[in-house]
Design a protein around this ligand. Structure first.
Ligand SMILES: O=c1ccn([C@@H]2O[C@H](COP(=O)(O)OP(=O)(O)O[C@H]3O[C@H](CO)[C@@H](O)[C@H](O)[C@H]3O)[C@@H](O)[C@H]2O)c(=O)[nH]1
Length: 463
């Protein structure tokens, strides 16, 4: 399709896998509709552009011209995520403004900026100065966005510092969430976290529109909720990765082939796939509980243990000597996998996940039941919806995790007890397929989005 021909969209992703992947998938969706796309990316975590030949990439340098990169200083690696995001926002605010101005000066066909909701203030000011329309991408679910939007109210009502004895109470302002599901985070900078979360909502509400990686049938009530509170158009066009086989190009390495060969040898729906995404880390003692629980469940498992996953040590050193050898072919440990391929493999019977939004959607699209161990922010919200609303998973709380409980949950989800969950998974998978058909809700919203962006003037001064 050629609708967007001659028009350029500038995109500004947050440089983490869980945020970059959906932005690139969205870029491919726009490209498919004829737009050209330039990605402005921080020098930190700069991707290999040769993997994404459809797009132009420009590096945004850090703010310490000629000096050391503030993002790679030794003390940065020990920072908590909130402090890290604060530093990221400070480091790239002015360089982003200059990069955007240079891009707009060079290109007369720019019709809008699409940026990750977390960047907010830096981008708002820069885009407004240049008269560029800005649209926000929410890489999380809409239910969690609604919970972020409710944070000021919840803070006024003192929910954010509630006693441990009330953690299981329903929060009537944001049902079906319980106090323990509120999208908060353990951090040394709680005020900064509150600022990032509330800025994100304000930034979205003052933008020209919000693009969400979700579909109407999945989050209907939450979509109605934000639409009723916000003046800006909302475009739920997900799941992004299912548009036109929008699978990101990956270079296959030997490890991927070995993993596929191993999966090919397993019984259908027998394997527990374990991955906690790209950011969460765990304590050494948690690693041990997971390892023993997996072993004792006697189910085959595929476990992603990426570097940095265990706080302060290498995972292999944390396990008793001989543990991996004793597991033998029953379990497989890998640093990283092609998750979409793994979830689509017929041998996979359940996904033990931290409930990051991409993993949640990917699992829904493949109809795989989930075991939910959320670690921070939106993951708590996603877990509640997976377990209580969509009924496609079982909760395995991080604080309650011990080897017996793990063993029990792993055995039950793969057995007859998991039948009801599997039925709901198939139903939801089908609904995800339907929304992407020509007359499905996500396809219709995408047409609306394309027409909307087409209505923006190139390098528009009007807003
Ligand atoms: O071995 C692996 C592990 C992960 N992935 C991919 O990496 C992405 C991980 O994304 P997600 O599941 O969302 O987890 P995080 O990396 O933790 O994502 C961050 O960003 C998400 C979107 O904002 C939030 O929902 C999470 O809470 C936040 O931690 C997914 O696309 C996976 O397919 C792989 O390809 N291979």
């Amino acid at each position: 399709m050629e609708e967007g021909k001659g028009r350029k969209i500038i995109m500004f992703p947050l440089p983490f896998v869980g945020h970059f992947n959906p932005m690139i998938q969205l870029a491919r969706i726009f490209h498919h509709r004829g737009f050209s796309v330039t990605i402005l990316h921080t020098s930190f975590n700069f991707p290999d552009p040769s993997h994404y030949p459809l797009f132009t990439f420009r590096t945004i340098p850090h703010n310490n011209a000629g000096g050391e990169d503030p993002m790679t200083q030794p003390d940065v690696s020990s920072m908590d995520l909130v402090a890290f995001i604060r530093l990221l926002r400070q480091t790239y605010a002015e360089p982003f403004r200059q990069s955007l101005a240079a891009e707009v000066g060079r290109e007369k066909t720019v019709c809008c900026l699409v940026y990750d909701a977390v960047w907010v203030r830096n981008t708002e000011v820069a885009a407004e100065e240049l008269g560029i329309r800005r649209m926000v991408l929410i890489t999380q679910g809409v239910a969690s966005f609604c919970a972020f939007a409710a944070l000021p109210l919840l803070r006024d009502k003192n929910y954010l510092h509630i006693q441990a004895s009330r953690l299981h109470e329903l929060v009537t302002e944001v049902p079906p969430l319980k106090v323990k599901d509120l999208p908060v985070m353990e951090t040394n900078e709680p005020e900064e976290f509150y600022l990032i979360a509330t800025d994100m909502v304000k930034g979205a509400n003052s933008s020209s529109g919000v693009i969400c990686n979700t579909f109407e049938d999945l989050e209907r009530l939450s979509l109605m909720d934000i639409s009723s509170k916000s003046q800006v158009p909302i475009f739920p066009i997900g799941p992004f990765h299912k548009h036109n086989d929008n699978v990101l190009p990956t270079t296959k390495n030997i490890e991927d082939h070995v993993t596929t060969n191993w999966l090919n040898k397993q019984e259908p729906e027998s394997v527990i796939y374990v991955s906690f995404g790209s950011l969460a880390d765990i304590e050494e003692k948690e690693l041990l509980k997971i390892a023993w629980g997996l072993r004792n469940s006697e189910r085959p498992f595929l476990w992603v243990v990426r570097p940095g996953f265990v706080r302060g040590t290498e995972w292999l050193e944390a396990l008793p000597s001989g543990f991996v050898e004793n597991i033998g072919q029953k379990g497989k440990f890998v640093k990283w996998v092609n998750q979409l391929e793994v979830l689509a493999h017929s041998a996979v019977g359940a996904f033990w996940t931290h409930c990051g939004w991409n993993s949640t959607l990917e699992s829904i699209c493949e109809g795989v039941p989930m075991i939910c161990t959320p670690c921070f922010t939106d993951q708590f919200v996603n877990a509640r919806y997976i377990v209580d609303v969509w009924r496609i998973g079982i909760e395995l709380e991080r604080t309650k995790m011990d080897k017996k409980e793990i063993e029990r949950v792993l055995r039950s989800i793969i057995s007859k007890e998991g039948d009801g969950i599997r039925e709901m998974c198939s139903e939801l998978k089908e609904r995800a397929n339907v929304c992407l058909r020509k007359d499905g809700s996500s396809s219709k919203y995408l047409d609306k989005l394309v027409n909307y962006v087409m209505s923006f003037d190139s390098n528009a001064l009007a807003s």
